[in-house]
Design a protein around this ligand. Structure first.
Ligand SMILES: Nc1nc2c(c(=O)[nH]1)N[C@H]1C(S)=C(S)[C@@H](COP(=O)(O)OP(=O)(O)OC[C@H]3O[C@@H](n4cnc5c(=O)[nH]c(N)nc54)[C@H](O)[C@@H]3O)O[C@H]1N2
Ligand SMILES: Nc1nc2c(c(=O)[nH]1)N[C@H]1C(S)=C(S)[C@@H](COP(=O)(O)OP(=O)(O)OC[C@H]3O[C@@H](n4cnc5c(=O)[nH]c(N)nc54)[C@H](O)[C@@H]3O)O[C@H]1N2
Ligand code: SF4
Ligand SMILES: [Mo]
Length: 697
């Protein structure tokens, strides 16, 4: 038997763990963590192993599919690409450029052949109706980075391995493996941190991360901005801020601090459930720690005050002397830069969505507006769709309406590897070859990592003659669309050449050959201060008081005084280490064992409604209703309900034989597309008011 090992970074989450893959007689047989990867040091999670399932999945689409009635037929690549280009061009010729919408999903960012090739295609399509998973995820981070530091990707990352004190809000890295903080084996890193210093977790649920923390504060959903304003007030009360590093480089600080000092935080305890004295003690700890960092993620970004939360976090890190400081929060100066010349800094409000008038950010509109852009008639109505690695029917608020809207489109082309809840409506599905057959460099996650690292990933095996790589499909689509619309298309270079050009632009001195000689990756050391030199604002200063963010304080003040709707619970999400958004429930390794799609509630809330543990309940919000099984959960505070997103796999016409068995219901059939974090337009998914009662058969 011919046996060999291959080393590659895992493409399934932000942790980018090095994997060791055993290949026997040309077939992938086993996966384990790559002990020689200096960053991940052998870490692997159940999803990494489930690559075996993905590679072997009989449901996976491997040839282009064309709709035929209610089913699909396989067709050849040349025909598929030509027809896809014609369909997209025809919609635009008949109804204008904006009649074509594009939705770009999460896995794009995990494949060089997607992320590096999308910009050229999007430019060629010339539509203003571009949407992505970013506006149900991290837009507040990008909007704040752009407003304060001048570039959407100048994101300070927690210096996790060196900090002495960390306040984690609305993130559960032990389950999610960390986000906007690439840190493979993050649980061990957090345990080490808690042992040498303090790890404080603010989360309505006692999560897996809270369980290893020094302290857990169960907050009421959506109360974080108020909590952070109070924390800032307490920090300011401890004395002058530590700003020597920023001499002459801060604009608007007095304006910001004046607004925050004047803000009425009297409702803090009633609204958040956290006593003022606790906040004052945390401020003293933050002030006294030799190094410290405040970090907030999904639970903060996808709530009604996502932008205020992220702005307050930046200011807390700044004023406690921890911004751009070792052990604090520092941007990663990656060897392939994603900021600086030639990159998109992230403009705001150059155009607005047709129906609701929502401002654009970084060339995209909020995806919460996609369904209405399809369903509302009139000039500029969306009539065609291109999705690339996305499942918006399960991922964006108002999923049911979007499902119906997509079903009625004139043309829908999907670049995807499954016939799922969204792509089942496609006229054409174009499936990329396995990522294991491609060259790959993590453009984004090396740049958001807690250390300076670089890793080039070589193909494990050759792409088949009857397969097309992701980058070839995107390039081919661009060419076919240009041909059909009588325009020019400049073919894109292959990934190796793109990666080499990126390295050269970065000027680190590292070459493709250097990376190729280090198949386990290269460690270039810890994060180092560099934000001050990299600020991209017009005047080179940090803007501490962007108008459109300060304006939102009035909305926060109103929320702090609002009364709870009668009988409502507040719904939040949940991630599990064996799940990955909506698309890995077809992997046997991940879905075996007890079901994980249940609604969780506190036993008192069940009793008050006469609901038995394990029963089916009917849950309703202002936007929709679903039915799902419920479980009592002692880790949830009363008044809070908790449901994972990405389920609801029982719709007809999909090819997901395993996922059907764990159908569950979709969180986003309840989530309200009108509920937004106003300054960014990001969806407010968490903190949704829901009413729950026993389901009647
Ligand atoms: N209620 C609620 N909603 C949420 C969230 C939440 O916490 N709660 N989380 C949000 C977040 S953070 C995100 S990122 C979004 C995710 O939203 P989406 O990106 O829309 O959803 P995914 O489930 O990641 O779907 C990924 C799609 O990519 C396909 N795919 C997988 N690998 C490849 C590949 O290599 N190439 C191609 N072309 N396709 C591939 C899969 O088949 C699937 O269709 O969901 C958001 N929605
Ligand atoms: N296993 C697994 N890993 C994943 C994913 C997955 O689906 N499964 N998805 C990947 C993706 S696309 C992303 S973006 C990352 C996300 O990574 P994380 O941000 O770590 O994601 P979550 O686990 O959703 O953590 C959000 C936390 O916020 C809490 N929360 C909800 N509402 C509030 C609130 O109002 N205030 C506070 N303080 N907390 C609140 C929730 O209880 C939850 O514990 O995970 C990635 N990794
Ligand atoms: S933690 Fe993330 S990168 Fe590491 S093996 Fe699991 S899914 Fe892959
Ligand atoms: Mo995400």
């Amino acid at each position: 038997m011919d046996t060999r090992t291959h080393f590659r970074a895992c493409p399934l989450c932000e942790a980018i763990c090095g994997l060791e893959m055993r290949v026997e007689d040309g077939a992938l047989r086993a996966i384990r963590g790559d002990l020689a990867d200096p960053f991940s040091r052998g870490h692997v999670c159940p999803k990494g192993n489930a690559i075996l399932d993905l590679e072997a999945d009989p449901d996976r689409v491997r040839r282009p599919l064309r709709r035929r009635g209610r089913d699909f037929e396989e067709i050849g690549w040349d025909e598929a690409l030509a027809e896809a280009g014609e369909r997209l061009a025809a919609v635009q010729a008949a109804h204008g450029a904006d009649a074509l919408a594009v939705y770009v999903g999460n896995p794009n960012v995990h494949h060089f052949g997607h992320i590096a090739y999308l910009p050229a295609l999007l430019r060629a399509l010339r539509t203003r109706n571009v949407f992505s998973a970013s506006s149900v995820d991290q837009w507040p981070h990008q909007v704040v980075a752009r407003a304060m530091y001048g570039h959407q990707f100048l994101l300070p990352i927690p210096d996790l391995d060196r900090t002495q004190w960390i306040l984690v809000l609305g993130a559960n890295p032990v389950a999610s493996n960390g986000s906007l903080m690439t840190a493979p084996g993050v649980a061990r890193r957090l345990e080490d941190l808690a042992a040498r210093g303090r790890l404080v977790v603010v989360d309505p649920r006692r999560t897996e991360t809270a369980a290893i923390a020094s302290e857990h504060l169960p907050i009421r959903p959506g109360a974080d901005a108020l909590f952070l304003v109070a924390l800032m007030q307490e920090l300011l009360a401890l004395g002058a801020p530590r700003l020597a590093h920023w001499d002459g480089r801060l604009r608007g600080l007095d304006t910001a601090l004046e607004a925050l000092r004047a803000f009425d935080t009297a409702p803090l305890e009633a609204r958040s459930g956290i006593p003022r004295a606790t906040v004052a003690r945390l401020a003293r700890e933050l002030h006294a720690a030799p190094s410290a960092v405040v970090y907030g993620r999904m639970g903060l970004s996808t709530q009604a005050f996502g932008t205020l939360c992220q702005w307050l976090i930046q200011l807390l890190n700044l004023l406690s002397g921890n911004l751009d400081a070792e052990g604090g929060a520092l941007p990663n100066d990656a060897v392939i830069p994603i900021t600086g010349p030639g990159t998109s800094r992230g403009q705001r409000d150059r155009w607005r969505s047709r129906v609701r008038g929502l401002p654009e950010f970084a060339g995209e509109l909020p995806v919460a507006a996609l369904a209405e852009e399809i369903l509302t008639t009139g000039p500029g109505q969306v009539r065609g769709l291109l999705t690339c690695a996305g499942n918006p029917v399960l991922s964006v608020p108002g999923g049911r309406a979007l499902d119906a809207a997509i079903a009625g489109l004139d043309s829908y082309v999907a670049v995807d590897i499954y016939v799922n809840e969204t792509t089942r409506h496609a006229h054409l599905i174009l499936p990329p070859a396995s990522p294991l057959t491609q060259w790959h460099y993590d453009l984004i996650f090396n740049a958001f990592a807690v250390r300076r690292v670089a890793r080039l990933n070589a193909p494990l095996s050759a792409q088949g003659a009857d397969e097309r790589a992701d980058w070839q499909i995107l390039d081919g689509l661009g060419a076919a669309h240009a041909r059909a619309s009588g325009r020019e298309w400049r073919a894109q270079p292959d990934p190796r050449r793109m990666i080499a050009a990126g390295l050269e632009r970065g000027g680190s001195g590292l070459t493709l050959a250097d990376l190729e000689a280090a198949p386990h990756g290269i460690d270039l050391g810890p994060l180092r201060p560099n934000l001050r030199e990299r600020l991209e604002t017009e005047d080179g200063c940090i803007d501490c008081a962007p108008d459109f963010i300060l304006d939102d304080l009035a909305r926060l003040a109103a929320d702090a005084r609002a009364t709870e709707p009668a009988g409502a619970l507040r719904l939040i999400g949940r991630r599990h280490v064996r799940s990955n958004n909506s698309w890995m429930h077809n992997a046997p390794r991940l879905v075996k064992g007890k079901p994980r799609h249940h609604l969780h509630m506190h036993a008192d809330d069940l009793a008050a409604r006469g609901i038995a543990d394990g029963a089916r309940v009917r849950m309703r919000s202002a936007a929709g209703a679903i039915e799902v099984e419920v479980r009592a959960d002692p880790d949830l505070a009363p008044g809070v309900a908790c449901l994972p997103h990405g389920f609801g796999h029982d719709r007809p016409g999909t090819r997901l034989s395993r996922a059907r068995a764990v159908a569950g219901a979709s969180y986003n059939d309840l989530a309200d597309p009108m509920a937004l974090d106003v300054p960014s337009g990001n969806a407010a998914l968490n903190g949704l008011a829901v009413w729950i009662e026993p389901a009647h058969d």
